[in-house]
Design a protein around this ligand. Structure first.
Ligand SMILES: [Fe+2]
Length: 284
């Protein structure tokens, strides 16, 4: 069955309707992913594209924001300035309603990154972004938690928006819908098992399409065979206790200066609570 696409309509203005929320929740439970058409205004996305490409082309994005670089595809934290600080991006009320249904009302931003698939980027290995494991060790032997965690609600989700038309040949992401429920088994499935049991979907579509996926969902980047870099805007939303293992070696995941944070409307400031600028320094 194909993944669910949600297109917000008049019924969802200004807040997401009960019907939309039910559809998002059902899709995230079944597939671990849902597609949003036209969530963000194109002029805003174009401004962000210009800014990210400028930082990419100057080399600054990689030099200053690099989280990891695998197979010609690098992820870098974006500085939250200019168009990236538009509440229409991080606090769209319809999106906020969807995220509250999935992560609870006290969800917040985990990180804002760009994933740049450079020309020639090759296929990325299949992976999940954030496993939570309750293993124990006994004399060096790993003892997995034996209970069934497959029904856990999401604890972190990625909202991915390609900042261009995403075709099959410019480095799209492949998702394996439904595989999020297998990720927390005592023995996580092998790549072969995921390929056998779940049908992969390649996330292509027009500029302006976004997709939201569960941190437990198996996915991987496909090759970029074009001459243009493919820029993916990645906004991670988390339950407030979740710490992203992908950011274990770097800080911050939210690069916002104290002055910029002060300009964030009060009602949205809680979204930035994991940013160093939002935290009270002790023993300073
Ligand atoms: Fe990933």
């Amino acid at each position: 069955m194909a993944m669910k696409t949600v297109k917000f309509s008049k019924r969802d203005a200004p807040r997401a309707s009960a019907r939309t929320l039910k559809a998002v929740r059902a899709a995230m439970a079944r597939d671990g992913a849902v597609v949003f058409d036209g969530l963000f205004p194109l002029p805003l996305l174009k401004k962000i594209r210009r800014e990210v490409l400028r930082r990419h082309e100057s080399g600054e994005l990689r030099a200053r924001g690099l989280v990891r670089d695998i197979a010609g595809r690098y992820a870098a934290v974006l500085p939250l300035q200019g168009p990236l600080l538009s509440p229409r991006l991080y606090a769209d009320p319809r999106l906020a309603d969807c995220l509250s249904v999935l992560l609870g009302a006290d969800y917040c931003l985990g990180s804002v990154e760009a994933v740049v698939a450079r020309p020639g980027a090759v296929e990325q290995h299949q992976h999940i972004d954030g496993p939570i494991r309750f293993d124990r060790a006994l004399r060096g032997r790993r003892i997995p938690y034996s209970g069934d965690l497959s029904d856990l609600p999401p604890y972190a989700v990625t909202l991915a928006t390609p900042l261009c038309e995403q075709g099959p040949d410019n480095g799209p992401t492949a998702l394996w819908p439904g595989s999020h429920r297998a990720a927390l088994r005592a023995r996580p499935p092998s790549e072969a098992e995921v390929l056998r049991k779940f049908r992969g979907e390649v996330m292509t579509g027009p500029f302006g399409r976004s997709y939201l996926f569960d941190y437990r969902l198996f996915h991987g980047g496909l090759p970029n065979m074009t001459r243009e870099p493919r820029v993916l805007l990645v906004i991670v939303f988390v339950r407030p206790w979740f710490r992203d293992p992908n950011l274990a070696d770097v800080r911050p995941g939210l690069a916002i200066a104290p002055r910029a944070l002060a300009r964030v409307p009060e009602k949205h400031r809680h979204l930035f609570r994991l940013a160093p600028a939002a935290r009270r320094a002790l023993w300073a």
